[in-house]
Write a new protein. Structure first.
Length: 211
């Protein structure tokens, strides 16, 4: 497996927040805040390669030659529903980011992901896109979501998650070798119910207080 496009964060702030996130006693309110904060910290690194162009700015003292982001603009696409928890963090860092949404379910007969909802900015094909989902378990939903987005003409895609399992990383890098993967932690394995171990449980339930 080629790991050149897989980035596992070792920043102390991120690792500290992930530890609290894993704790089963962490409240829904705190869990939600932590997911947003971790996503914002991760976005700082995930946007490191955005192109810059030089402009002139008039300061109170003189004319300054300085840099602003150039070229393509950004969009984030959370995978419903748990991906929604990561959106606020990116919007806080990049206020003008556009947000699309994609929803998938697994067909009980074929076991393949089926798209049930997709709403994207009109100019999505011209944007760099970051797909959001807190958990990368089997990789099936993430891979399918990225495939659906590529079918709509999107060429520049990154994937950001909080916790990833090795098999999920392997599937995503195999199916989409052009997509960079950013995760706050890489865990040990999946259990018999396809939950990441040690993981943090069901991210959607913990975000929205459901069971």
């Amino acid at each position: 497996m080629d790991n050149s496009n897989v980035f596992v964060f070792d920043h102390p702030l991120i690792q500290h927040k992930v530890s609290i996130l894993r704790d089963k006693n962490t409240s829904t309110k705190e869990f939600r805040e932590l997911v947003s904060e971790i996503a914002m910290l991760m976005a700082y690194e995930a946007t490191r390669d955005l192109p810059l162009e030089q402009v002139e700015i008039e300061t109170p003292v003189a004319i300054a030659k300085t840099n602003v982001i150039a070229g393509k603009k950004l969009a984030v696409v959370p995978i419903l529903r748990a991906g929604l928890g990561m959106v606020d963090g990116l919007e806080a860092l990049i206020p003008n980011v556009r947000v699309g949404h994609i929803g998938l379910y697994r067909d009980p007969k074929t076991l393949k992901p089926v798209e049930y909802y997709c709403k994207l900015p009109e100019d999505i094909a011209e944007r760099d896109v970051i797909v959001l989902d807190p958990m990368l378990a089997t990789g099936g939903s993430a891979s399918a979501a990225i495939s659906f987005l590529k079918e709509r003409g999107i060429k520049s895609i990154k994937f950001m998650c909080l916790i990833a399992a090795p098999c999920g990383i392997e599937k995503l890098t195999t199916d989409h070798p052009d997509v960079k993967i950013y995760c706050a932690a890489k865990d040990e394995k999946l259990n018999d119910h396809a939950y990441i171990v040690p993981g943090l449980g069901d991210a959607g339930d913990r975000l929205f207080g459901t069971k």
